[in-house]
Design a protein around this ligand. Structure first.
Ligand SMILES: C[S@@+](CC[C@H](N)C(=O)[O-])C[C@H]1O[C@@H](n2cnc3c(N)ncnc32)[C@H](O)[C@@H]1O
Length: 416
């Protein structure tokens, strides 16, 4: 692997770990050829997924913690040696060359060389004995409290490998694609790194990328053909496409113009249609609707296997404002729903305060509101996914033998 990809990876790691920017907001380095961009992305992902175990393998050879530029070089090289199993000679040489090129690290090139030689020899055994990267306490604490220590560790382990890529295929279309696995819930699964845009059917808009968990909330709405459905937080539009493909008359609403542009692009590629409204959901006075999907803004802690930067960038201060917003959105959605209509509330969060607790609190606030118990088995899932309040709880440690699934919570409700 060339130095360009490694140097791009270092710049991106600096943006995430020092500037606290999410990867989605760090522009790709367009000076790199696509193959190097992909290599840089893979290296960044390896370091972020294993940061603490990598540090633990470097620390025994350091007198004191070096400045961040040198530490990033060490972490990157350690990830190549210990996670990717790259040849030690090339990895150590590259790290030393990069150190010599940068005036912030040139004086540490000797130290970097010495440390990495030790890591190459002694690191693999040490690394193999270490537990996976721990979740920060604001995520791990509530998970442990709800499901126990073993589940927390299983979720942490599920965050380590690169996740597979799931596709949702238009209803009624049968795709016979090589290397695809049909999941019990209906999604098509490909291994990580598959170039989806090169698959037959992509240009024709036969399918779109959507984690198998994210494909389930729309199915909790039941038969939506011909129904007026509000997709209240729609962008980038995965669920809007599902609803439109099932024959619903969809109003897709989102606060963000730029994210709504992506909904428009997605609908154009797939040949589907919906009424698009860029508006604050609280200002929306349309309806009443037969059904509403509220895929509320949340901590996104269920998607860490796809976004390993999240635990390094976000912190607990985001949770309380989000839970208050979710509660207000829940209440506003009910004002837009026809009597007897169905509301699906969902979040891609691992935190019960953004899932189960929202539903039980809403049941207390709204007389006559009730949960329509979800039937996980009928959806192709497992009975254990059903919670006592009637919703579905998905966790990344589920389906571990077939590549896992994102964390998600969803519940369908109705009121006369
Ligand atoms: C979880 S994402 C939705 C994902 C989408 N349903 C999908 O499946 O592709 C949450 C969305 O809520 C939008 N949002 C946040 N606050 C909002 C508000 N007050 N009104 C409308 N949309 C809002 C965000 O812009 C974001 O696109």
């Amino acid at each position: 692997m060339g130095l360009e990809a490694r140097q791009a990876a270092i710049r991106t790691l600096d943006a995430v770990l020092r500037e606290k920017r999410m990867l989605a907001h760090v522009p790709a380095d367009t000076r790199l050829v696509p193959a190097d961009q992909a290599r840089a992305g893979r290296l960044v992902s390896l370091v972020l997924r294993h940061l603490d175990p990598l540090d633990a393998c470097i620390a025994p050879y350091l007198d004191r913690k070096p400045p961040l530029p040198a530490l990033l070089l060490l972490r990157l090289a350690a990830a190549e040696l210990l996670v990717a199993g790259e040849d030690a000679h090339g990895v150590v040489d590259s790290a030393v060359t990069m150190a010599k090129r940068n005036k912030g690290t040139v004086r540490m090139a000797g130290m970097i060389n010495a440390v990495l030689r030790k890591v190459a020899v002694e690191g693999p055994e040490r690394f193999a004995d270490l537990p996976p990267q721990a979740l920060p306490d604001w995520i791990g604490g509530p998970v442990r409290k709800r499901w126990g220590k073993d589940v927390l560790h299983a979720i942490e382990a599920a965050h380590m490998p690169l996740p597979p890529i799931d596709l949702t295929v238009k209803p009624g279309v049968t795709l016979d694609l090589p290397h695809a696995t049909q999941l019990p819930t209906g999604s098509l699964r490909f291994s990580a790194g598959t170039q989806i845009t090169a698959l037959p059917g992509y240009e024709d808009g036969t399918f779109w990328v959507q984690d198998a968990a994210a494909a389930l909330p729309v199915r909790l709405l039941g038969d939506v053909a011909g129904a007026r459905v509000l997709d209240m937080c729609a962008a980038p539009g995965g669920k809007t496409m599902q609803l439109a493909a099932l024959g619903a008359q969809v109003t897709a609403l989102d606060l963000s113009q730029s994210r709504m542009d992506r909904v428009a692009q997605n609908l154009a590629r797939t040949g589907l249609s919906a009424d698009l409204i860029v508006e604050d959901a609280f200002d929306h006075a349309g309806g009443p609707y037969d059904a509403i999907l509220l895929d509320a803004p949340c901590s996104a802690t269920g998607t860490i296997r796809r976004h390993p930067d999240l635990p390094h960038v976000k912190d607990r201060t985001e949770v309380e404002p989000l839970t208050r917003l979710q509660m207000r959105m829940f209440d506003h959605a009910l004002t837009l729903l026809k009597p007897g209509g169905r509301l699906v509330f969902c979040t891609c969060s691992l935190l019960p305060v953004e899932g189960e607790f929202q539903v039980t609190a809403a049941l207390k606030r709204h007389e006559g509101l009730r949960v329509i118990p979800a039937d996980a088995v009928a959806l192709g899932g497992e009975a254990s996914w059903q919670g006592p309040e009637g919703g579905l709880r998905l966790r990344p440690d589920f389906w571990a033998d077939i590549g896992g699934i994102d964390g998600f919570y969803m519940a369908a409700l109705t009121r006369m």
